[in-house]
Design a protein around this ligand. Structure first.
Ligand code: FRU
Length: 480
């Protein structure tokens, strides 16, 4: 049966396909002044299947141009090949020889999944029209280990060793295999990383980026990320360490697991690498209820950095500066509140009336036990979602227990993560977009993302935390 359309859950400032299914972001690359997004897509149905690379571009991360499917599934008389996750690079120096008329090619490197053969191998395809359409390389596969589960190549140019580097998942071995290549066609195994950290479930979608510690470009550390199922849903764990052009060595203390996002939805993220900056985009997984005529959406893109905390060097994430710097332009209206002590819950009509807004706030906690926001409040006051900081528990939290009982497993109704604060203040960035909530604590030291499914009329928002003081709060109405 056709699911009724659900416009109340269609995000206003996050990416969704116009219609039909998406999961992982693919190929993230910046070309000709535009951020290119390819994505796992079923062009025919609103469920997983017929995997192909959908395509969209943006300059501001909010307005997306939807383009035709860039790499469709390959169906022949005896084989079906699905285009699974992977990446794309601009081959500036035409190392692959796929360039035409002096114009460098764009090369996509992805997993060819052949469901009837129970096989995954790595393919490449090239584009001579700026990433709009691709031709499959005649001698595919470029890496074939005759395996069932071997996927998600992420490729970038490593200036130090003048070669392309690939990280790819040895799914069942819980390993990341690292390959090198001079021409994107012939690949040499360099090393393996793992198993390490959380290795209970299959590893997918690895990637590695160099990040300056505390903004100091002479102190580079590498961050390696791996997606897998965690104990309560998706987990993207990360390792901080060193990469010498061959081997990744993790500094993570044994037995610890660092997660990029502490909610139940953020998964399969990979970065744009633009002028030395790494901007992570993830898929926000949703189970039920169904949405229609699309299913699946992307997170807000997040700029990555490493900072020294009391516990060691950790990943920090901030909503992309491309959006942050133009919020006033991108929103319908905005407002600011400062130096206000909270008594009764403080209504925020400035957030608009469509559950699509962006709030940045700093609270002086004083003797409040908790402070934050009550969002998606139903008109009758029966349902709300509470997000904020718990002073006693030293936790950032999203509490969906009054509103999402039918949609989340019991252990995911309240999602929390430890966050230590100093000086009695906490900074919250809260991005609500109809069906998604992304909460950044203390400049993105910790993040929790989750999906919500409020009624169309459940749009009330207020700040709470009797006794706490809002030192500064800005709210942007992002509704269309
Ligand atoms: C992750 C994933 C990848 C795979 C793709 C298939 O969500 O399972 O490992 O390439 O989705 O759609």
């Amino acid at each position: 049966a056709q699911t009724a359309e659900t416009p109340q859950w269609r995000p206003a400032y996050h990416f969704t396909p116009k219609k039909n299914w998406t999961n992982d972001p693919n190929g993230l690359i910046f070309l000709d002044g535009q951020y290119q997004l390819y994505y796992q897509h079923n062009p025919f149905e609103n469920k997983w299947g017929h995997m192909s690379w959908g395509h969209a571009t943006t300059t501001d991360f909010v307005h997306w141009k939807h383009l035709p499917v860039a790499i469709p599934e390959i169906v022949t008389k005896d084989t079906t090949t699905w285009i699974y996750s992977g990446s794309a690079v601009l081959d500036k120096d035409n190392t692959s020889g796929f360039g035409k008329n002096g114009k460098p090619p764009v090369v996509a490197i992805f997993t060819a999944d052949q469901p009837t053969q129970h096989k995954e191998s790595q393919f490449i395809a090239y584009s001579n029209d700026g990433g709009m359409s691709y031709t499959q390389y005649a001698k595919n596969p470029v890496i074939d280990l005759n395996k069932r589960d071997f996927r998600d190549p992420n490729v970038w140019w490593h200036e130090g060793t003048k070669q392309w580097i690939m990280t790819v998942a040895m799914v069942d071995e819980h390993m990341v295999r690292i390959y090198g290549s001079k021409n994107l066609k012939e690949w040499t195994k360099l090393s393996d990383f793992g198993p390490a950290g959380y290795a209970k479930n299959g590893w997918e979608c690895p990637f590695m980026v160099p990040l300056a510690v505390d903004g100091d470009k002479s102190k580079i550390k590498w961050m390696l990320s791996v997606s897998s199922g965690g104990d309560h849903g998706p987990l993207m764990q990360y390792f901080v360490g060193d990469f010498d052009g061959t081997t990744f060595k993790s500094d993570n203390p044994t037995g610890t697991v660092f997660s990029i996002d502490n909610g139940d939805t953020f998964y399969a993220g990979i970065p744009w690498r633009v002028e030395g900056k790494s901007t992570l985009l993830g898929w926000l997984q949703n189970g039920h209820p169904e949405t229609s005529p699309w299913k699946g959406q992307m997170s807000i893109p997040r700029d990555l950095s490493l900072r020294t905390t009391a516990d060691g060097v950790r990943l920090f994430q901030q909503p992309s500066s491309v959006i942050q710097n133009s919020l006033n332009k991108l929103s319908k209206s905005h407002a600011e509140i400062s130096k206000k002590t909270i008594g009764d819950d403080l209504k925020l009509p400035q957030a608009g009336s469509s559950n699509s807004y962006w709030i940045e706030a700093e609270f002086s906690l004083n003797d409040a036990k908790q402070a934050g926001f009550k969002i998606a409040q139903s008109a009758d006051g029966q349902k709300t979602i509470t997000v904020g900081y718990d002073v006693t528990k030293q936790q950032l939290f999203i509490d969906c227990s009054s509103a999402e009982k039918d949609n989340k497993s019991k252990e995911n109704l309240i999602q929390t993560t430890e966050l230590k604060i100093t000086g009695g203040t906490v900074k919250l960035q809260l991005l609500v977009d109809r069906s998604s909530v992304e909460l950044f604590g203390n400049n993105g030291e910790k993040v929790i993302s989750t999906m919500i499914y409020p009624d169309v009329t459940a749009t009330g928002v207020s700040a709470f935390g009797a006794g706490a003081k809002i030192t500064r709060l800005k709210v942007w109405d992002m509704g269309k």
